[in-house]
Design a protein around this ligand. Structure first.
Ligand SMILES: CC(=O)SCCNC(=O)CCNC(=O)[C@H](O)C(C)(C)COP(=O)(O)OP(=O)(O)OC[C@H]1O[C@@H](n2cnc3c(N)ncnc32)[C@H](O)[C@@H]1OP(=O)(O)O
Ligand SMILES: CC(C)C(=O)C(=O)O
Length: 556
């Protein structure tokens, strides 16, 4: 890289718009969407789609709810031409969907474009030519008047062909390609010439599409360009102002959003941001950004995973795991404090109230994602996430001391495994630490009877290494009777129980935190179909099991 890149990359000069209005506007509705997956997206593939693939992709786009779909550059290849014919001849275009095709301003290409569209109910013919200085000088060898003439000639020719096929409802679209790199006055004069040539009316508007063919500047600068032009264009009420942002600087979505505030009524882009170089603007992100602000996007992405897989399959390109809304990892929290907040948020979120769950911009369920994927555990995770997973998958509602203790065990396991801990692994850690007594004697049976003074007496049969043995005690309840029966001094610091999901053999779980002799704190648990047995077995399991918590952990 150059130490001083000033001369190689001159700073982009914004168009002058000191009284810009767009920063204080708010988006109130979705734009008209145009999917150019089958044209701009397709032209960016190493292996462009076949007719069959395009047909399938077209159906997917229709299912998403697109009403305008740029399906081809029909004059570019036989495949594109045949595809347009198949759509029309096989009657595959729903009545509320309009086909769009693109052409350069060349006599033969325009003629072939109209041949491809013969018999279409309604079609948008999209004419483009670049207008920015580098393209004028290096590509066309033309001055401003020359590129203006190229556009006007194309417009006239399109009108002539349209008149020859009067059964189709024609819509004209013009793009000053490289608009955002064009000088303000040049963009205005070329667009004005084309508008005057076509003669749109409010009832028969034309589409004026203003591409950021190469993203040249910050999104606010693009928005200024859109507002600057929008205010000066003739016949503004007869124009549908459209934008077509590319993502060279990684800010195409922001550029489209600000452009809409600045007056754009229509957005052209691709699913998941496919397209030339760094891609076209991602329509999924744009639409779901609107959705997350309470605006109906008019596109349906309620099964985002299926859509993502379909598109990956068509394009043979992966969608990044962190792609907004659609990536495999975007509804997943690994880090402890995020997991804790999400778990608390999900527990408190009510179905019919505004979405407030921390760290999740939308409810994953709205796009068909499951809650299971929200929290995953690795060495960066804390007790909140671990508890949430054990609750989701095994119905365990861990008391706080267990959460803290198990999270330390999980940290050690994650460090030594060197990978994510699945719920089954977490349960195994829980089982080994608290459910599996490390002592060599086992509960066999018990009997509990009430005494006249409201107390209870308890008899517990154990099987020890030396044979059967019976413990006897009495107290105000089951646990105090058991403590009375035990030969050693034991204190129960915490006792909690809850029912487990029906259908399992074990229908209750008891958790105990015990204080043994010499200040040793122990955690133990037991599951059982009978809650009394679960309680007794939990305390008995704790007497010699290894799980201990340090005083620092206990304080936490
Ligand atoms: C930004 C965009 O995405 S615009 C859309 C771009 N999409 C595509 O190009 C995909 C399909 N294109 C193609 O298959 C081919 O380019 C074709 C079939 C359209 C044309 O092919 P060819 O004529 O063989 O060649 P090629 O593309 O190299 O032609 C460039 C010529 O077109 C001219 N040209 C480029 N754009 C335009 C335009 N909008 N209007 C008129 N002429 C144009 C160039 O100046 C150049 O002219 P020259 O040959 O006199 O120097
Ligand atoms: C022709 C236009 C709309 C285009 O594809 C672009 O500028 O990227």
């Amino acid at each position: 890289m150059l130490p001083f890149p000033t001369h190689r990359y001159p700073t982009f000069q914004p168009w002058p718009l000191p009284d810009r209005q767009w920063p204080s506007r708010q988006q109130t509705h979705a734009p008209i969407w145009l999917s150019t997956d089958l044209r701009d997206g397709n032209q960016a593939l190493a292996e462009p789609l076949t007719v069959e693939q395009k047909l399938h992709f077209f159906d997917v786009l229709v299912q998403c709810g697109f009403k305008e779909i740029e399906v081809a550059f029909p004059a570019a290849s036989q495949t594109d031409f045949d595809f347009v014919r198949r759509l029309i001849e096989d009657g595959r275009v729903p009545d509320d969907v309009t086909l769009q095709v693109i052409t350069q301003s060349r006599v033969d290409l325009i003629a072939r474009t109209f041949d491809a569209l013969r018999g279409a109910r309604r079609a948008i013919v999209h004419l483009y030519n670049a207008t920015a200085p580098a393209w004028r000088e290096m590509v066309f060898g033309l001055d401003v008047a020359g590129v203006t003439q190229l556009a006007v000639d194309g417009c006239r020719l399109i009108r002539k062909h349209a008149q020859q096929q009067p059964d189709t409802e024609w819509v004209f679209q013009y793009s000053p390609e490289t608009f955002s790199a064009t000088e303000a006055e040049v963009a205005l004069s070329v667009c004005t010439a084309v508008i005057d040539c076509w003669g749109p009316t409010p009832s028969k508007p034309m589409i004026l599409n203003l591409p950021a063919t190469v993203e040249m500047s910050t999104p606010n600068t693009y928005a200024d360009q859109i507002e600057w032009l929008s205010r000066r264009l003739p016949h503004r009420d007869s124009l549908i102002l459209s934008v077509h942002p590319h993502n060279d600087r990684g800010s195409a979505v922001a550029a489209a959003e600000l452009a809409m505030l600045a007056g754009a009524e229509r957005v052209e882009g691709c699913l998941f941001g496919n397209g030339e170089r760094t891609g076209n603007v991602d329509l999924v992100t744009l639409a779901l950004n609107l959705y997350s602000q309470g605006l109906a996007p008019g596109l349906d992405f309620s099964d985002i995973d299926t859509l993502r897989r379909q598109v990956e399959d068509f394009l043979q390109l992966p969608v990044h795991p962190r792609h907004p809304y659609a990536g495999e990892l975007v509804y997943t929290a690994f880090s402890g404090s995020h997991q804790d907040a999400i778990r608390k948020g999900l527990a408190q979120q009510k179905a019919d109230e505004p979405w407030r769950v921390p760290y999740l911009p939308i409810d994953p369920a709205d796009v068909g994602r499951s809650y299971e994927a929200v929290i995953r555990v690795n060495s960066q995770s804390g007790k909140g996430g671990i508890s949430w997973l054990l609750e989701r998958h095994y119905g365990l509602r861990l008391p706080r001391a267990f959460q803290t203790d198990l999270s330390h065990r999980a940290q050690l396991a994650a460090d030594s495994d060197g990978k994510e801990l699945e719920p089954i692994r977490l349960y195994a850690l829980f089982e080994a630490a608290y459910l599996t007594p490390a002592n060599n004697w086992r509960y066999q049976a018990h009997s509990l009877s009430n005494t006249a003074n409201g107390a209870v007496t308890l008899e517990v049969q154990l099987l020890t290494a030396n044979g059967p043995c019976t413990l006897r005690g009495s107290g105000q309840g089951l646990i105090s009777a058991l403590l009375d029966a035990l030969p050693q001094a034991v204190q129960v610091l915490d006792y909690q129980e809850h029912a487990l999901a029906s259908g399992s053999d074990a229908c209750a779980i008891c958790y105990v935190e015990l204080m043994l002799a010499a200040g040793k704190r122990v955690l133990a648990a037991a599951t059982d179909a009978d809650v009394e047995r679960a309680a007794l077995r939990a305390v008995l399991a704790g007497l010699t099991t290894t799980p201990t918590i340090t005083s620092a952990e206990a304080a936490a």
